[in-house]
Design a protein around this ligand. Structure first.
Ligand code: ZN
Length: 230
């Protein structure tokens, strides 16, 4: 009997017509903290569990919580994260919620740029685009690591694809990302000190080398490249 009841509820929830019949929501769902696509200790020994516990579990979580407080009850409440990021960027005159919203987006993108057993070499159309855009994979690595190493203070380094498949590298301060300019990033590395201090202390260049050699999820980057150029 209990099983039948549960099944009916599950069926009703899955029904396409249910949401449409609901009255307009007054209290909207906050944007949730997204889990990394692996366990917190899965990137060891290259990025330790403590780094993930602090970086994802505290920093990323705080950005989510603060953003939700800032947008609660405003026109942004109920919008997608991307919409909140672009709206709060406000054409280059950021509103107070921008830093938290963009950091939520950036961190999820960063976690999803890595995988256990990552690194190695890109393949397929992405590898060809890297060669065409930078001359070689090694030249790309040199330029990407230089962008991360020379971002003064906190920020991010990015690999960006245009519709034609041309790749460029950029760096941004604090929470800024290429999305606010309508560009399509396919890879990022966090160069805030909180990203590397537990694993590498003050040695940001060592952290960047580890990121490229051991952590990048080239399959994920390749899928983003395919989507950007589709
Ligand atoms: Zn971070």
């Amino acid at each position: 009997m209990a099983f039948t009841t549960t099944s009916k509820i599950a069926g009703r929830r899955a029904g396409a017509g249910v949401a449409a019949r609901r009255p307009a929501a007054v209290v909207r769902a906050a944007i949730a903290l997204k889990d990394p696509p692996y366990a917190l200790d899965a990137l060891e020994p290259h990025m330790c569990k403590e780094t993930l516990e602090v970086h994802w579990g505290k920093h990323h979580r705080a950005y989510v919580d603060n953003m939700n407080k800032q947008i609660a009850g405003t026109d942004l409440d109920g919008k997608s994260l991307e919409q909140v990021v672009v709206a709060t960027w406000n054409g280059g005159a950021p509103t107070p919620a921008f830093n938290n919203a963009a950091q939520v987006w950036n961190h999820t993108f960063f976690w999803e740029s890595m995988k256990p057993g990552g690194g190695g070499l890109p393949s397929g159309p992405l590898a060809a685009a890297i060669d065409a855009s930078f001359g070689s994979y090694d030249a790309f690595v040199t330029e990407f690591k230089a962008a991360g190493a020379t971002q003064f203070g906190s920020g991010w380094a990015w690999l960006v694809a245009d519709k034609a498949g041309k790749l460029t590298i950029s760096k941004t301060p604090n929470a800024v990302n290429p999305v606010v300019e309508g560009k399509t990033p396919i890879l990022t590395v966090d160069v805030w000190e909180h990203a590397y201090y537990i694993d590498a202390r003050n040695r940001r260049p060592d952290y960047l080398t580890t990121f490229v050699d051991k952590l990048v999820d080239w399959e994920a980057v390749g899928k983003r490249f395919a989507a950007a150029t589709a």
